[in-house]
Write a protein that binds this ligand. Structure first.
Ligand SMILES: [Zn+2]
Length: 176
């Protein structure tokens, strides 16, 4: 950046959160996003880690804070590009963190009442009734012999949207 600055070229930095280093993904293969066929993504592209994984979120905060501290007073830096294309290639993730997060999100949405979820989703149909939020699985619209419950699919999309929104809010406001 100093060489560029000497030539009159300013720099815009971006965080590496969409493309974590190989040592990190090798150390934490459980942080990879998982596709609808239960196959984890591999390293060598971008957006292959799940932003709902608590460990990945912590490391993202750590590198973002470290970069901000290191370059906050650098005259060559005229701007920052934050990770702004979350889930633009593949929208869904079916990893364990998302499964757990989806259940927690459902419990909040339905006031900790599985009966409310059963009513809202119309689970009397096809014996879909649940006894507990821990029984709920992420619906997989392409991996079933017949259509999934449309309310479950809609709530999964709402969960994904809310979790991305919460990521931005937590990353910006978290003091950890
Ligand atoms: Zn996930």
């Amino acid at each position: 950046m100093a060489s560029l600055k000497a030539q009159g070229i300013d720099s815009i930095l971006c965080t590496p959160t969409a493309t974590p280093p190989r040592w990190l993904t090798a150390e934490h293969p459980e942080w990879m996003r998982v596709d609808i066929n239960d196959v984890p993504f591999t390293h060598g592209t971008r957006q292959h880690c799940c932003t709902n994984n608590p460990g990945f979120r912590a490391e993202s905060r750590r590198i973002t804070r470290a970069m901000a501290e290191a370059f906050k007073d650098d005259a060559a830096v005229i701007g920052w590009q934050t990770d702004n294309e979350l889930y633009c290639h593949v929208e869904e993730c079916y990893c364990e963190s998302c499964q757990v997060g989806f259940r927690e999100w459902l419990a909040l949405r339905y006031d900790q009442s599985i009966e409310k979820l059963n009513h809202a989703w119309g689970t009397l149909f096809w014996s879909q009734q649940y006894d507990d939020f821990d029984q709920v699985v992420i619906p997989k619209k392409w991996r079933q012999p017949a259509p999934c419950n449309p309310s479950a699919l809609l709530d999964f999309r709402r969960f994904l949207s809310d979790s991305v929104t919460a990521l931005s809010a937590r990353t910006g406001g978290d003091s950890a």
